[in-house]
Design a protein around this ligand. Structure first.
Ligand SMILES: Cc1cc2nc3c(=O)[nH]c(=O)nc-3n(C[C@H](O)[C@H](O)[C@H](O)COP(=O)(O)O)c2cc1C
Length: 356
């Protein structure tokens, strides 16, 4: 089944939920252009989430997707906290940050009953999860509103597991993808393979529709994914320069520069592996370390460093999330990008140029 029939949209394009670089504005623009816009909620308070959802309902009548992380809350480890702070100490000194003032604590919220209470007020057409699924009870609550349920899988085994839990579609997230790996059955990074190797195997293994994600940045990429059996695609990185995204100036500059050609998986910023543009701290500490606190506890120690560096215009301590294919990033309205991805024409001349 094509994604359009399943999710009630015109185009087979999902704008990937991207916590930290977008809110309702991007989602609304994509929905109104015929794609499926997404609101990432992992970093939103309940009040902010309610406000964003109200804005979306007000400004579009189309289906939209609301996205959550569903990791298990971490067990803090004093040993790892200490080791992490020790590794960061030279940088705290360089930027004049008092290490004793650095607090620890979670920086990302998993989906829970309180978030479900807010969601119940809006009953979104689609709800997607990252890092597996929430409890069966919570999932049943989401399903009771008629919301279609999506989740990311990075391996065929994860796809089979999600199908057994009754999801409506599976997002095949390949190695190229920007941001956090949705992996949840294994923490072995070698298990995730490239999108166009993963997709056909997943399509063969499960009966539910499979949506391709990772490294897809233009109409040819979308067509290739559909030819390999995808019901639709989920595109993240390509939307990050759109004016409706909230991507920071430093992050935009990195995406537009040659730097964006080198990305790596790193757990330094949150405790879980995510793909971002290589920067100073990734280079100097090594992008993956065993002594980093569990997700999302690593975030709080690095946050003051990031803040101090960004205030000086330095991007070396910021998570510059991006996929391996930033070639589709364009400073054009999200509606135009959505149409171009779907192989449709756009009205204005400079944009029509991009189609060639
Ligand atoms: C900046 C950024 C933030 C992301 N945040 C989320 C998120 O909050 N939830 C989620 O399910 N996926 C998130 N992802 C992953 C996307 O859902 C998707 O897998 C990825 O963007 C697809 O690869 P591409 O970036 O190459 O298009 C994020 C990706 C990026 C680039």
């Amino acid at each position: 089944m094509r994604m359009q029939a399943l999710l009630g949209v015109e185009l087979p394009i999902i704008q990937a939920p991207m916590a930290g670089v977008q809110g309702s504005e991007l989602a609304i623009a994509v929905c109104n252009a015929g794609g499926l816009g997404s609101l990432p909620c992992a970093m939103l308070s309940l009040d902010a989430m309610r406000q964003e959802l109200a804005v979306i309902r007000m400004r579009t009548t189309r289906p939209f997707n609301v996205n959550f992380f569903c990791h298990s809350p971490p067990v803090p480890s004093a040993v790892r906290e200490q080791a992490w702070k020790a590794a960061l100490l030279p940088y705290f000194e360089e930027f004049g940050i008092d290490p004793t003032a650095v607090t620890s604590g979670p920086g990302r919220h998993p989906f829970n009953e309180e978030a479900a209470d807010v969601l119940a007020e809006f009953r979104p057409e689609v709800v997607s999860f990252h890092f597996g699924l929430p409890s069966a009870k919570l999932l049943a609550r989401v399903r009771s509103w008629g919301s279609k349920i999506l989740s990311s899988a990075t391996t065929v085994s994860e796809a089979r597991w999600l199908e057994a839990q009754g999801v409506d579609a599976i997002i095949a997230q390949g190695l190229e993808a920007g941001g956090h790996r949705g992996m949840f059955l294994s923490d072995d990074l070698h298990t995730q393979i490239g999108t166009f190797a993963l997709l056909p195997q997943m399509v063969k293994a499960v009966k539910v529709p499979v949506i391709a994600a990772g490294g897809i940045a233009d109409a040819n990429g979308v067509a290739a994914a559909l030819a390999l059996g995808a019901a639709g695609v989920q595109v993240g990185t390509a939307y990050m320069l759109c004016p409706e995204a909230t991507t920071s100036t430093l992050h935009r500059a990195a995406l537009m520069s040659k730097e964006s050609e080198l990305t790596a998986l790193t757990n330094l910023f949150t405790g879980r592996p995510a793909r971002g543009i290589m920067n100073r701290i990734m280079r100097e500490l090594g992008p993956i370390r065993a002594d980093v606190p569990a997700f999302p506890l690593a975030t709080s120690a690095i946050a003051p460093l990031r803040q101090a560096a960004e205030a000086r215009g330095i991007d070396g301590f910021s998570p510059l999330w991006a996929g391996q294919n930033a070639s589709g990033c364009r400073e054009i309205p999200a509606a135009s990008l959505t149409r171009l991805l779907a192989g449709l024409s756009v009205a204005s001349e400079p944009l029509a140029e991009l189609e060639r």
